[in-house]
Design a protein around this ligand. Structure first.
Ligand code: UT7
Length: 330
């Protein structure tokens, strides 16, 4: 029987600069009450000079320590904010972690990037191409936000979360038991950085075209629908009932989105992990950061059944499930 990928270690990193809602309300037409009631966010961390690769290296090193491993066969970085458009960030992270010349590549699936990364890693392991993989979701959205756009600036934060996956026998704790992945490119304009790519190389309109833009309301609607469908689909595939799920760990976009998805699925609200109050929406880093916090605070314990689901620009979405293994997040 083929080996299956299991979670063996988890690590995180946050930049040093904490940014409160109150601080943002000094430069933007917004306030703490609006931000908390519409999103659930109380604060976020923004780069004080740390790059995406810096955060990825720190989270990756912590994940390797958590797994008590010093080598892997493949490293994947999921990010919307690579250090450079070219080359990918993953080879640099691999080199700085002292992992030698192993395969390394980036995934651009925006906020679904970590789940896409887990699926890619699991596929490498199932195919026998790798025995272990380090998957890192790392972001510095503060570098692409328009400082004058209150609809995006209050939402996004920087950070990184990393997971070590290792080949194991089916039935072991931590096994990723199935995936549901999808995309809808007809929604590509809902979340976009318009300029800087091959379609529009240089900015048409000053810096504005190189900033991240999001049409909040339709994204909200699609996020709820797709995460609900995708999470339901992966439960069907793995034969888990909704009642058997101990924790729903969704992409930390908005507390109202997470509550709506939980309602749609029939997951009780006290089974929903919330981390966005502390870090905002950290895109590809949000699920591993939320998992690490839940494990560190003692909510997520070995044997718990965990459902992960994400939605992001593209549009992309994805879900997976696992039984929580006996690991310490670092
Ligand atoms: O991570 C990838 C996926 N991303 C998401 O899933 C994000 C999905 N979208 C959302 O979370 C929400 O749509 C937002 C948090 C972005 C916006 O919340 P909303 O409840 O959908 O607000 P809205 O865009 O409908 O705007 C409502 C009002 C508007 O004013 P008017 O037109 O009613 O006068 C906005 O101009 O709120 C205003 N507004 C603000 N007011 C104070 C928008 N942003 C702010 C702000 N502070 N920061």
């Amino acid at each position: 029987m083929n080996a299956i990928a299991a979670l063996a270690g988890l690590g995180t990193a946050l930049p040093s600069r904490r940014v409160t809602n109150e601080e943002l309300s000094r430069s933007l037409d917004t306030d703490d009450e609006w931000i908390q009631s519409r999103t659930g966010i109380k604060q976020r961390f923004w780069s004080a000079g740390e790059t995406t690769s810096d955060l990825a290296v720190e989270a990756g090193r912590n994940a390797l320590s958590s797994a008590a491993m010093d080598t892997v066969d493949l490293l994947i970085v999921a990010t919307t904010t690579p250090d450079h458009p070219c080359p990918a960030t993953a080879p640099d992270v691999t080199s700085r972690l002292g992992l030698g010349t192993v395969a390394a590549y980036d995934i651009a699936a925006v906020c679904s990037g970590f789940v896409y990364g887990l699926a890619s890693a699991a596929a490498h392991i199932a195919a026998g191409l790798a025995g272990s993989v380090l998957v890192i979701g790392a972001e510095t959205y503060s570098t692409i936000l328009d400082p004058d756009d209150r609809t995006t600036s209050v939402i996004f934060g920087d950070g990184a979360g990393a997971a070590v996956l290792r080949a194991t026998a089916p039935g072991s704790p931590g096994c990723l038991l199935g995936f549901d992945l999808g995309s809808d490119g007809s929604l590509k304009d809902l979340i976009t950085i318009p300029d800087g790519g091959s379609r529009q190389r240089t900015s048409r309109s000053g810096p504005t075209g190189t900033y991240f833009t999001m049409q909040g309301r339709p994204v909200f609607r699609h996020a709820v629908d797709r995460m609900t469908e995708s999470a339901g689909a992966v439960l069907d595939k793995t034969g888990w009932s909704v009642e058997s799920v101990d924790w729903f760990v969704g992409h930390q976009a908005n507390a109202r989105i997470l509550r709506a998805v939980a309602d749609g699925l029939g997951v009780k609200s006290d089974r929903v992990i919330i981390d966005l109050d502390r870090v905002g929406n950290t895109s590809a880093a949000s699920i591993p950061l939320a998992l690490a916090r839940a494990a560190t605070e003692g909510n997520l314990v070995p044997g718990d059944r965990v459902l992960l689901s994400a939605f992001g620009g593209g549009a992309t979405w994805g879900s997976t499930v696992l039984v929580w293994p006996d690991i310490s997040a670092l």
